[in-house]
Design a protein around this ligand. Structure first.
Ligand SMILES: [Zn+2]
Length: 422
């Protein structure tokens, strides 16, 4: 397991250069070891009782390492056994040689963080430490990130802004493309331009809208969408929730047709929500049923259903077994719920063709965290396969090939024939 390369199909890494010249903003509030807590361990800290004001002080670049430890220690004690907590423990052990998170080790942790974070550290972490063969990035800053390291960081084309089409999104698109947008035709031309410019370089299309809406995209006539767009850009905008949704419905289908023309797989966030006090679980539960209609409407698009739809992963096993164009990505799942992920993998392998699964994505903005996650994932894959061998379901001789397939070959195959419009 350790010797086999691992394909990483989902991260949110910022450009390495941005990490090297920190500006302490909403994405990266500080530049010390506490940054490793920001995602996703922060969510467990809040859940365990940490207050917002404690969190603000914890990430304050001016607060000393020992003081940061004192702030987080009572909550760490509560979260250390979760997947997120374990991710942190394994990361500091494997990457920094720090055996445990304690006051005694805090100065060592502080200095090791700075030693590792130097030019070339992305390649060092991904290739040398994690043995990762390819890494796919969904930038949270750009619709398509023109990375300085294209051979290391493949990029998704993120369609959230171009489908949601809020006034802020329109401003962002204008700035990114350097064009004027005065009409609905201009907006559609802007979408065309994104695909023309980046469709051949993108590895997939990514849609994260499940965080704010259901995945039930109605078929809306163009003139209806156009009317809603006009009300949005009018001097006094009066587009309501329903109008905004209908506009996005139209634009989402528009983008899917573009993705189909370019042969791009479409990655869709399904399941659990990161963050705190925001998740409408009923809508999350409906993701699988809603996605079903997309799978049926676009048989030529390969859909990648992310995060195993946790905690509704049983339904995703059924979808993936039934639909020829459904694939599942275990990204993030290994630390959301490590035990459920092992169970999921066992159940998947005995019911779904093994080519339809992607087994790893750290889902991180901060590269260091990938270390812990990749170790937990490798161990989880080993546990699932061992269980099936032990029960006599999989022959021991078949294991090396299966490991290869699950850890990297499926990703190579799925994303190989992405090459511009037919
Ligand atoms: Zn993500």
């Amino acid at each position: 397991m350790a010797a086999t390369i691992l394909a990483d199909t989902h991260e949110h890494l910022v450009e390495e250069s941005r990490r090297l010249v920190p500006i302490n903003d909403w994405l990266l509030p500080c530049d010390d070891w506490s940054l490793l807590f920001k995602e996703y361990l922060q969510d467990d800290l809040y859940s365990s009782g940490m207050s917002q004001s404690h969190a603000r002080r914890f990430y304050d670049p001016e607060v000393a390492a020992a003081d940061k430890y004192a702030i987080v220690a009572p909550y760490w004690e509560r979260v250390q056994h979760t997947g997120y907590g374990r991710n942190f423990s394994v990361t500091i052990r494997e990457l920094y040689g720090v055996d445990s998170f304690s006051l005694d080790n805090i100065e060592l942790l502080d200095s090791r963080y700075r030693e590792v974070r130097k030019p070339g550290f992305y390649e060092f972490i991904l290739k040398r430490v994690c043995n990762i063969s390819l890494c796919q990035v969904n930038s949270l800053e750009r619709i398509f990130m023109e990375t300085a390291q294209p051979s290391l960081l493949q990029q998704d084309l993120s369609i959230k802004e171009i489908t949601r089409c809020s006034l802020a999104d329109i401003a962002k698109v204008k700035a990114e493309l350097g064009i004027e947008i005065d009409s609905f035709a201009d907006w559609l031309a802007a979408i065309d331009l994104y695909f023309e410019r980046f469709g051949r370089r993108a590895v997939a299309v990514k849609y994260v809208g499940a965080y704010y809406r259901a995945l039930d995209f109605a078929h809306v006539d163009r003139h209806v969408a156009e009317r809603h767009f006009a009300t949005l850009v009018a001097p006094r905008p009066f587009i309501g929730v329903e109008g905004a949704q209908a506009l996005e419905d139209y634009l989402f289908h528009y983008c899917l047709k573009k993705a189909q023309d370019y042969g791009l797989p479409v990655k869709i966030h399904t399941g659990y929500h990161a963050g705190s006090n925001l998740m409408p679980i009923g809508r999350v539960r409906d993701n699988a049923a809603d996605v079903c209609k997309l799978l049926q409407s676009y048989p030529d698009i390969r859909f990648v259903l992310m995060h195993i739809g946790y905690p509704y992963q049983d339904e995703y096993i059924a979808l993936c077994k039934h639909y020829t164009n459904a694939y599942i990505d275990m990204c993030w799942a290994w630390i959301l719920n490590p035990e459920a992920s092992v169970r999921f993998l066992v159940e998947f392998l005995v019911s779904v063709p093994s080519n339809k699964l992607l087994t790893f994505g750290g889902d991180f903005i901060v590269a260091e965290n990938i270390v812990g996650h990749s170790v937990i994932a490798r161990r989880g894959i080993a546990e699932a396969l061992s269980a099936l061998v032990h029960r006599g379901w999989i022959d021991r001789g078949a294991v090396p090939d299966l490991i290869d397939r699950l850890m990297h070959r499926n990703a190579e195959e799925l994303f190989s024939n992405v090459a511009g419009p037919a």
